[in-house]
Design a protein around this ligand. Structure first.
Ligand SMILES: *[C@@H]1O[C@H](CO)[C@@H](O)[C@H](O)[C@H]1NC(C)=O
Length: 364
């Protein structure tokens, strides 16, 4: 195969290590790999963030908590839209994460010929697409996990059917996974498993202080497979001085509230409540007489730049009645900054790993 001369690589040096990030195209995942990119880039390593143009664009415009001068150092490599995705099936996540193998392989091959070593850091759900790393002598890959080591470990026990006495007792105490994920998500995850073997190890956004027991268990389980485990978290979005200088309606509003008085209510971007559930929630907030910020974003569509967003209905006159004590936000809310704000006193959440960690770290 001939090497394509690519101006993107013009600044690379032969003795360098280049990092290639391969995110999974959903907001939480895009954002976290971008954040990790900024962190790694502060060690003066060249970083390539690889995805479809629309997802790279989404990652950049939503990265409001990251310092723009850090983002500017990252090379965004837009993959050409595979025909199938462009024409019909963008709805199906599974297609996106199974069709990028060739363009990703050729990008990694090109870059590997320019530098000493290539390190690919990817989402577990992109394992299929990065499998060709194994055919390159100077490349290796790591999985970056956005979830807790506890969850990783439990899933490993369930899916790979690892069972010692300890695991069995642990599993008995847990809720079943049934109904927690969709069939589509399970399919996607199953289809990635065979390709996870090529990785050299896992990077986790956690620390021994919080999860030492499960980090140790994970290490023991993976050591025979020669996979290294790295707990490098918690990786915070940005420096606090940058946070405090930013203008945002939530932060402006919080500035006017008494210390520790506001309940922050947000259920992430992936959960859609029914209108009835939202009305109940709103009525509860109103009757509680607490100060609150209520984030009402509907779940993301596959392409956030296309199609109509659903307008979530609140009880009639709600916003007017609560305007002294409550703020309803329909946009992207800067969660870490809100939690770090002195006026925030509580957090009502769907308790994903990020929200839990951010809440612990900010002492809310
Ligand atoms: C790591 O976890 C923290 C706390 O939940 C979160 O704010 C941050 O976005 C995560 N960073 C990455 C790179 O996953």
């Amino acid at each position: 195969m001939t090497q394509v001369e690519n101006h993107e690589f013009s600044k690379l040096k032969q003795d360098e290590v280049a990092i290639v990030m391969v995110p999974f195209p959903s907001q939480g995942h895009l954002n976290q790999l971008l954040q990790l990119s900024c962190l790694i880039s502060s060690y003066h390593l060249p970083i390539y963030y690889v995805g479809l143009a629309t997802h790279n664009h989404q990652a950049r415009i939503r990265a409001k908590a990251l310092n723009p001068s850090n983002i500017a150092k990252i090379h965004f490599h837009d993959l050409p839209n595979p025909e199938l995705i462009a024409s019909s099936n963008l709805e199906k996540v599974r297609d996106v994460s199974m069709l990028l193998r060739d363009p990703i392989a050729s990008f990694i091959r090109d870059i590997s010929s320019k530098v000493r070593r290539v390190v690919v850091v990817h989402d577990p759900m992109m394992s299929y697409n990065v499998q060709d790393v194994s055919s390159l002598p100077n490349a290796e890959s790591y999985i970056f996990n956005c979830i807790s080591v506890f969850s990783c470990y439990i899933m490993m026990c369930l899916f790979l059917k690892i069972s010692g006495q300890h695991e069995e007792e642990l599993l008995k105490k847990l809720y079943s996974f049934e109904g927690v994920t969709t069939d589509e998500a399970m399919d996607l995850s199953d289809s990635q498993h065979p390709y996870m073997d090529i990785r050299s190890g896992d990077i986790h956004n956690t620390s021994k202080v919080i999860e030492s027991k499960y980090i140790d268990l994970m290490e023991q389980a993976e050591i025979s497979l020669n996979k290294k485990q790295w707990a490098i978290g918690p990786i915070l979005p940005t420096k606090l001085d940058y946070i405090s200088n930013r203008e945002n309606i939530c932060l402006d509003w919080l500035n006017k509230q008494p210390p520790r008085s506001v309940l922050y209510v947000s259920f992430g971007t992936i959960n859609s409540f029914s209108d009835r559930q939202i009305k109940e929630l709103a009525m509860g907030l109103e009757q509680s007489k607490q100060r609150f910020i209520l984030v009402l974003r509907d779940a993301d569509r596959r392409d956030i730049f296309k199609g109509e967003a659903r307008k979530v209905e609140l009880p009639e006159g709600f916003e007017e009645r609560v305007k002294e004590v409550g703020l309803v936000v329909r946009e992207w809310a800067p969660q870490p900054e809100i939690l770090a704000h002195l006026s925030t006193g509580g957090f009502m959440s769907h308790c994903d790993w990020n929200s839990c960690l951010e809440s612990i770290i900010m002492g809310v």
